[in-house]
Design a protein around this ligand. Sequence first.
Ligand code: F0G
Length: 433
Amino acid sequence: MTGLTSVSAQAASYQRCAVCGHQFPDTDASPTCASCGGLLEVVHAPPSVRGVHLRGVFSARRTNGTDGGSGVWRYREMVLPGAGDHIVSHPEGNTPLLSRARVAAWAGVDALQLKHEGHNPTGSFKDRGMTVGVTQARRIGARAVACASTGNTSASLASYAAQAGIPALVFVPAGQVALGKLAQSLAYGARTLMVKGDFDACLSLVQQASTRLGIYLLNSINPFRVEGQKTIVLETLEQLGWEAPDWLVLPAGNLGNTAAFGKALREAHELGLITRVPRIAAIQAEGASPFAQSFRDSFAKRHKVKAETVATAIRIGDPASFDRGVNAIRFTDGVVTSVTDAEILDAKAVVDAAGVGCEPASAASVAGVRRLVREGTIRSSDRVVAVLTGHILKDPGALLRYHQELSPAPEFANPPVEIDATIEAVERVIERF
Ligand code: F0G
């Protein structure tokens, strides 16, 4: 990408272990701390301007096009200031913030807005992290890239790696990946390994493989992915005129995104972009809710479960970014809760029927808002942004099962009607409309 301007283009970034504090160059390719095995985070030199001036830099780029049309690289001082000419961008981001009265009424919040990350180029928020991750792979001269995935990360990696001309290897749990996502990975040309095991097994395998084979690991434990995903929050805040909402609500699986939200809010506050920090509500599926269980114990214990849920994107029993997730919830005075598969599917049907649409895991955020309102945690007068993380067409299988196959038919089921090819048959249907 050309024409990107930066306040401090030469600014140094480095990696720091979140556990032992060891520091590493920003071009170090190790997935975790070489000293203690802890997760790494990226630290950037502070931009030369802050507060309202930094906001001005971001908005000027949007106006004059020097962000290359990317809602990630517009915020490059906070993402990867040293990216230089290595940027691999579709572009991505610039996703809409939607208000839909029917969804708000169902959830029980007057001022509910939906940040629709399904509008990204491969249909999920993962593109925001992947543009940075694959840019970093190019910076360090990676010969190949790899990830384990429930389907969206692999679709995104496959696409960005194809654009960068770097071979991609993806590990997915056999039989547990939604159709649209698997199709994408194959179509974009990633070598796709269907592992006889769950996501947690895939993650362990890809970590071993990347160490042994020297392949650059691009799961969300990769700290550069986190830097990109922070821009979901930055862009939302910018769309709200930097007036923070009361709540940011998101589905939570491996906790990379929860971690990114916490880091974004901490930095936005430190840099004077916002004066008040919104609370994060992380929502898990009941059958895959180790983080919610730990929250109930005030995070005294790290729970692990054998995960099971219709929302395959978040079917994760041992979240890799657990500690980072805890930091995010603590820093924002956040909450973690879980919702049932039935609640997820109903929320999805409501979002879909409003003409918006999202995949099942995304609907967990809307189901979570409704539950937290009913429990009295979120007030109906609060300003709430719920993140829809993936596109409706990611998981056509779950969708068709809901509308056509479930018995008894769920409340919002809209089954197709088979008719003879006659006008009378059409009329009979219309009469009952
Ligand atoms: N929503 C969707 C649509 C996802 O694909 C994911 C994660 C999440 C929410 C949860 O985000 O893991 O950062 O807490 N998908 C990963 C993947 C695991 O492989 O695509 P998280």
